[in-house]
Design a protein around this ligand. Structure first.
Ligand code: NAG
Ligand code: NAG
Ligand code: NAG
Ligand code: NAG
Ligand code: NAG
Length: 412
């Protein structure tokens, strides 16, 4: 199988190469464009890759047949780049090398490093690495006297893409979110790797918002914040075969902090595992905030290992005291299932389903839950509020058997 695949892919490259040699330089045809060979990029860690890459992109994007840009092996420095569509034909960026950002967090005026914008039929692949050099930003030194901490760059932004594939790519040490997906239709991340230390703040692996049809498959996400976070206007998402940890787990929300947020509808998280994360699968909404809905959310075949809150719906999510504590959430949660979730919890409160008193959760299902906790604080427990879950199969801890927490959630 692997040999066949290699044959096919090398044939493809040969075909593209022959197209490029036939069509020659910069003609109307597609082909392979090497940023080093053709546009003077240098893998010397100091020459800015920005202009060569943008020049290559301009040429590739204007060709009327499929084109591919290659960043060969080597270490490159890139200040910042926005690769804009629409392009005339499908376009690919094959990154074999390592692309490094500036370490100085004050060097960025906008919260972005590399952005892909308004492209149809796009593929980013090649085994390469995008290194955000974020360790200097994690301490938030000097934030008080500057405004740049509000615009720390996101490593990779995918804005308004249609039919895109992101494959065999690593993002490391972003200064902010690693990936932001906005306004996309049909985008897949496969064999995607996120790597950042446990103590890196606000470094969500993949944040998704306002998008329809996002798949995150067979990927590994180690970071200091959410593994995958899902914001408003997200529909038809599938997360399958993702390993998370360290980090905060997979999270829907926090929702409805702002007015006019779009519903979240249709999220399946399946065959995923969490190790040493603060949450497993979570839905969080702010008390006293705006109206909204979140429905058809399914968590299935999940393994948790030493996870603080493996299963959590939290409609009293209130970090930094930023909410009206005595009000209820106005987000309606419905059609939510947790099936075949097993492993160990780092805290006794393994299952927490805290819903809104004004809009109780509807149609919540717990099936085959087996989460144990051992330690001086006693066995695993399950807490519920404003919800009557439908239960089936094995249930450990016993559903909704423990008293409620007295206070809204204080931590992020
Ligand atoms: C989704 O995008 C992929 C490319 O990543 C493409 O092969 C597939 O046909 C697209 N699906 C639809 C329904 O357009
Ligand atoms: C489950 O996830 C693993 C990666 O963690 C992957 O290799 C496997 O193919 C997935 N299984 C299914 C049935 O999707
Ligand atoms: C989980 O955390 C413990 C303590 O920090 C560490 O020893 C262990 O290696 C971690 N496990 C994984 C899989 O990262
Ligand atoms: C479990 O996670 C906690 C932090 O949440 C950590 O202190 C502890 O060492 C971990 N235990 C193991 C066995 O990994
Ligand atoms: C909940 O699921 C039922 C049955 O599948 C469906 O009829 C209903 O429309 C769903 N509710 C929402 C808000 O999507």
């Amino acid at each position: 199988m692997a040999i066949q695949f290699n044959c096919v892919s090398s044939m493809l490259i040969l075909v593209l190469l022959s197209i490029s040699s036939v069509e020659g330089q910069g003609g109307g045809g597609g082909g392979v464009i090497d940023v080093v060979a053709k546009f003077g990029a240098k893998a010397d860690e100091k020459t800015d890759l920005s202009k060569p890459l943008l020049d290559a992109w301009k040429e590739a994007c204007a060709t009327t047949s499929p084109a591919k840009i290659v960043i060969p092996k080597g270490i490159y420095f890139l200040s910042t780049a926005t690769l804009d569509g629409p392009c005339k034909a499908p376009i690919e960026l094959q990154v074999e090398g390592t692309v490094k950002s500036l370490a100085n967090p004050g060097a960025f005026k906008e919260p972005k490093w590399i952005t892909f914008n308004r492209i149809e039929n796009f593929k980013l692949f090649g085994g390469g690495l995008f290194d955000g050099q974020g360790t200097t930003a994690y301490k938030r030194e000097g934030c008080k006297n500057h405004d740049y901490c509000g615009s720390l760059p996101i490593n990779l932004r995918f804005d308004f893409l249609t039919n895109a594939m992101i494959q065999d790519i690593t993002t490391k040490d972003s200064k902010q979110f690693h990936v932001n997906v906005l306004g996309c239709k049909n985008i897949t991340f496969e064999h995607f790797t996120v790597s950042a230390p446990d103590e890196s703040p606000n470094t969500d692996g993949i944040h998704i918002g306002g998008s329809d049809g996002v798949n995150v498959l067979n990927s590994e996400i180690k970071t200091g914040d959410d593994c995958v976070s899902i914001g408003d206007g997200s529909k038809n998402l599938v997360i399958n075969g993702v390993t998370c940890g360290p980090g905060h787990g997979i999270s829907i929300g926090s929702l409805e902090l702002f007015k006019n947020e779009e519903p979240v509808d249709g999220v399946t998280v399946k065959n995923c595992s969490f190790t040493n994360t603060s949450n497993g699968v979570r839905i969080k909404t702010w008390p006293g905030a705006e109206r909204g809905t979140c429905s058809n959310i399914h968590f299935e075949d999940i393994t948790v290992t030493n996870v603080s809150s493996p299963i959590i719906i939290d409609q009293k999510y209130c970090p930094w005291n930023k909410c009206k504590i005595n009000e209820e959430s106005k987000v309606k949660l419905s059609n939510i299932s947790f099936k075949n979730i097993h492993g160990t919890s780092a805290l006794p409160e393994a299952v927490k389903i805290i819903c809104s008193a004004t809009l109780p959760c509807e149609n919540v299902e717990l099936a085959d839950i087996e989460i144990t906790h051992s330690g001086p604080t006693g066995p695993a427990v399950s807490q519920c509020s404003n919800v009557k879950p439908k239960v089936s199969g094995k249930q450990n801890p016993a559903p909704c058997s423990a008293p409620l927490p007295a206070k809204p959630t204080p931590t992020a």
